[in-house]
Design a protein around this ligand. Structure first.
Ligand code: ADP
Ligand code: ADP
Length: 231
């Protein structure tokens, strides 16, 4: 589903520049549940932001479903992201002045979808995530775990092939974290390819592959024990 070839990312720092991703080569197959681990500041979020097409200041090749993202302009990348990718954040990133229902409807508002189809999809999603009773509440009226449930509902309502999550349980108690991970596992079993960043070995255990990033280099891949460490 994804091929990254020699992905590099740097930031300007004072006089020079700091490299945060170094020659990342990574293939992700459809149906995988991949975990990115590594120390703080290693480049994990930077890598996820490249995959999410939130960042467009990188070098190298990124193929998504055989489409050359690296050759696309900003508008084309936004289209590809909208069609294929859902994103979940550590701090949920819900809009505080919208209700649960309005928050999960948001990705559909960018699509040209007939009103009744859109309402049906929202109703189905509320039902599927068992948040029908919360639909008219605002994020501040929910627990962290419930907010993340809404964040995931919003991320998958447009049925993305790829679900990306940056420390999705980082602000949650372990019981809530387990529920969120079980939900990820269920989505993965239903065919969604998942990439998560986490510090948690427990969370990693829900996936089927782990890579490690250190100082911007990919230093370990459980699917490729022979990976040479260039760092
Ligand atoms: P991780 O997710 O592994 O903690 P990040 O990808 O967030 O690491 O960050 C990698 C490095 O890049 C860090 O040193 C971080 O401070 C730096 N960095 C990330 N984003 C920016 C930015 N927008 N401007 C400058 N430096 C950044
Ligand atoms: P969340 O908790 O929702 O995942 P964060 O609070 O970690 O989000 O914020 C991450 C954002 O901050 C990213 O867009 C990342 O690129 C940016 N960032 C991380 N480190 C730095 C840095 N050193 N300088 C500037 N921006 C940074």
């Amino acid at each position: 589903m994804i091929q990254l070839r020699n992905i590099e990312r740097s930031y300007k720092t004072g006089a020079g520049q700091t490299w945060v991703l170094r020659r990342i080569n990574l293939d992700i197959r459809e149906g995988e549940f991949l975990t990115i681990m590594g120390p703080s500041g290693a480049g994990k979020s930077s890598l996820l932001n490249v995959l999410a097409l939130l960042d467009d200041q990188w070098l190298g090749e990124y193929w998504l479903k055989d489409e050359p993202v690296h050759a696309m302009n900003r508008k084309q990348r936004a289209e590809v992201a909208k069609r294929n990718i859902g994103m979940v954040f550590q701090s949920y990133h819900l809009l505080d002045d919208l209700t649960v229902q309005e928050n999960i409807d948001l990705p559909l508002s960018y699509k040209n979808m007939p009103r009744n189809e859109r309402q049906g999809l929202v109703a189905d999603t509320l039902d599927r995530f068992q948040i029908v009773g919360k639909k008219d509440l605002y994020p501040s009226q929910l627990s962290g775990g419930q907010q993340q449930l809404v964040g995931i509902a919003r991320a998958v309502i447009h049925k993305p092939v790829l679900l990306l999550a940056d420390e999705p349980t980082g602000n949650l108690h372990s019981s809530q974290a387990k529920e969120i991970m079980e939900l990820f596992k269920q989505l993965n079993d239903q065919g969604t390819t998942i990439v998560q960043v986490t510090h948690s070995e427990v969370n990693a255990g829900f996936g089927n592959r782990v890579i490690e990033v250190r100082d911007g280099w990919m230093t370990m891949d459980s699917a490729n024990p022979d990976l040479a460490n260039p760092g």
